[in-house]
Write a protein that binds this ligand. Structure first.
Ligand SMILES: O=c1[nH]cnc2c1ncn2[C@@H]1O[C@H](CO)[C@@H](O)[C@H]1O
Ligand SMILES: [Zn+2]
Length: 356
């Protein structure tokens, strides 16, 4: 260890990172929320000061409840109801992630949340794609961004979103997800949407095992066929010391990636603190652990910050961080050759250089 570079904030920022779980409507710049609210007449923001607004979102999110956590999205979705706003938010997201050292990101959103003022779902998808392309270019192509489309668990009509995923599969949309309140809205509620996606050889992840328990993970994996799990942190309930239960073993052995978001998991009450987060226990047991942001605005976080937090808490070293990043690249909804190129040309040389 002594010959290695220290895990300084600068070095963690420079480390090439791969981000699989980041919500478009959870990552706006506070100033952008204020400017867009002014422009479109969205009322009810708690303050017009960017720093205060950032703090307000964070305090609201740090509630200990997923349902309360989700309330802040009314203000971000409220200002994302026209194409110009969607292009801007998407472009800024790509640039902010590039500036955070993210080389590849899959950013997710629910198209139906941006149709209050008459946009069609297709217009939403095309505007966000346009924004991602602009943001990539503005960052000097330091980052590549693809989209995941979410259906909302509490709303009907998941098939419409599944259709969009297939329709735009060669145009920057690489997968499907379901988001929103987990308890009371099982992933099997609209099982045919998942059956359709599988029939179409399309990819999907499912938010599961965040605010609900093992049965939610079982449904997502065994009934729906999820290739990755959004959070999936409650899989730890099927682990007792080094004894791994059948469901947990299945998730581990099938290499189903866990999209873990430590700060968000504390804010929604999944764990009381990062120290209690199972990221290290699961990594040690061989699960395909990845580190993610979830909602950069609501949880006032960055991927570099999540890396720093788990390094601080669990004493992870460069090899661990490289493993999390390689895990994410392996689990990305990209063709094999592109995943290999990401690992061999970006991730491995980046960590080799940093390790010293
Ligand atoms: O951690 C989470 N769990 C479940 N749903 C979430 C989480 N973070 C955000 N969203 C929901 O996903 C929608 C689409 O981006 C957001 O509008 C929010 O309602
Ligand atoms: Zn999420």
């Amino acid at each position: 260890m002594s010959t290695m570079n220290p895990l300084s904030p600068e070095a963690l920022l420079a480390a090439p990172k791969v981000l699989l779980h980041d919500h478009l409507d959870g990552g706006l710049r506070p100033r952008t929320v204020i400017e867009l609210a002014d422009a479109c007449g969205h009322e009810g923001l708690p303050t017009a000061d960017p720093a205060e607004l950032g703090a307000w979102f964070r305090d609201n999110a740090d509630s200990g409840s997923l349902v309360r956590y989700l309330e802040g999205f009314a203000h971000t979705c409220g200002v994302m109801q026209d194409e110009a706003a969607l292009v801007r938010v998407a472009a800024e997201a790509a640039q902010d992630l590039a500036d955070d050292g993210v080389a590849y990101a899959e950013i997710r959103y629910a198209p139906e949340l941006f149709t209050d003022r008459g946009l069609r779902l297709e217009q939403v998808v095309e505007a966000v794609n346009e924004g991602f392309r602009q943001g990539e270019a503005a960052s000097g192509n330091r980052i590549r961004v693809n989209a995941l489309l979410c259906a909302m668990r509490q709303n009907d009509g998941w098939q419409r979103i599944a259709d969009l995923v297939v329709r735009y599969r060669d145009a920057g949309v690489v997968g499907f997800d379901i988001a929103g309140p987990e308890a009371g809205f099982p992933a099997t509620r609209e099982l045919p949407a998942f059956e359709y996606l599988r029939e179409q050889n399309a990819h999907f992840t499912v938010h599961a095992g965040e605010a609900d328990g093992l049965e939610s993970i079982h449904r997502a994996v065994q009934r729906c066929g999820a290739e990755r799990l959004g959070h999936g942190v409650r899989i730890i309930d099927d682990v007792d010391g080094d004894q791994v239960g059948r469901l947990a073993a299945y998730v581990r052995d099938r290499r189903i990636a866990l999209e873990m978001c430590p700060t968000s998991n504390v804010h929604t009450g999944a764990f009381a603190s990062i120290a209690e987060h199972p990221v290290k226990r699961l990594a040690d047991l061989g699960f395909r652990v990845t580190l993610n942001t979830d909602n950069r605005l609501m949880s006032d976080c960055s991927l570099t910050g999540e890396f720093a937090a788990v390094v601080r808490e669990f004493d992870f070293g460069w090899d661990d961080l490289r493993t999390f990043t390689v895990n994410a690249a392996k689990a990305a909804f990209l063709p094999l050759d592109e995943r290999r190129a990401l690992i061999q040309d970006v991730v491995e040389p980046g960590y080799a250089a940093l390790k010293g």
